[in-house]
Design a protein around this ligand. Structure first.
Ligand code: NAD
Length: 259
């Protein structure tokens, strides 16, 4: 039985009720985990309000601001977790960003600043958060991040984010190797295309979704809750032997050789 009762989970990346992180938070909650969530703070406090409204039904123990480009906020987030729970069991890294200049157009024209910003937010942040999670995962733990096929194969318009995801998937392997002796497992879920705020920035996402519906073995796309189920499984003792892996939750699209 998938049971996360008594486990403390920090979930990053909820922006609205379409966010994959929200699908994950709901399934962790349903399995009995205690939840803390972060939001990306903005000047007018709109993002915070949105996230507070969305997560209200699961009543998280903590709702904290965390822009991963701000080291102080990352540190404060884990300090708040330590003060509230004393230990952490589950970290969900479900965030990414690429400027529009990095999504579409010529790959060789990606500006230097856009490249560094995207890699800092989408890739570096996983290892950086793991650094703070490690001392709190005193009874072992599970770290799960979100990736996409565009980090392995060329997908139209995914460009810069493809580089970020390739780096992210390799980070999963290096982190799994580092943290394994502490019984901390690190895995990625490679989700099929889902309509969210982030994916709407990738040109042609709807065409990609239609293509998946035609080609994928299950003849459909996947939902946030299906990704959430896999995240809950990876976070549970049922997955105690799995680390350093990229698990595809994509209705089987990845296995197909036809374009
Ligand atoms: P989303 O827009 O709901 O979530 C993206 C999140 O990243 C937002 O909550 C945003 O606030 C956060 N974020 C951006 N910059 C940040 C920063 N500097 N600091 C902290 N947080 C920041 O979209 P989503 O599709 O749910 O994306 C979640 C993850 O899933 C991403 O890693 C994305 O690449 C991945 N993913 C999405 C799809 C898809 O089709 N939607 C497929 C595979 C993987």
């Amino acid at each position: 039985m998938l049971d996360l009762t008594g486990k403390n989970a920090l979930v990053t990346g909820i922006a609205n009720n379409r966010s994959i992180a929200w699908g994950i938070a709901q399934q962790l909650h349903a399995a009995g985990a205690n939840l803390a969530v972060t939001y990306l703070p903005d000047e007018k406090g709109r993002f915070e309000k949105k996230v507070r409204d969305v997560v209200e039904p699961i009543n998280p123990s903590l709702i904290v601001p965390c822009n991963v480009q701000n080291e102080g906020q990352v540190e404060e987030t884990f300090k708040a977790v330590a003060d509230t729970w004393g230990k952490l069991d589950i970290l969900i890294h479900c965030l990414a960003f690429a400027d529009k200049d990095g999504l579409g157009g010529d790959f060789s024209a990606i500006p230097r600043d856009a490249f560094s910003q995207s890699l800092e937010i989408s890739t570096f942040s996983l290892g950086n958060m793991a650094k703070y999670a490690k001392p709190l995962m005193t009874e072992g733990g599970s770290i799960v991040t979100l990736t996409y096929l565009g980090g392995v194969k060329v997908i139209p318009n995914y460009n810069l984010m493809g580089i970020a995801k390739a780096g992210l998937e390799m980070s999963v392997r290096y982190l799994a190797s580092e943290l394994g002796p502490n019984n901390i497992r690190v895995n990625a879920i490679s989700a099929g295309p889902i309509r969210t705020l982030a994916s709407s920035a990738v040109g042609g996402i709807l065409d990609m979704m239609r293509h998946v519906e035609e080609v994928a073995p299950l003849k459909r796309t996947v939902t946030q809750l299906e990704v959430g189920n896999t995240a809950a499984f990876l976070s549970s003792d049922l997955a105690s032997g799995i680390t350093g892996q990229v698990i595809y939750v994509d209705a089987g699209y990845e296995i197909m050789g036809m374009g």
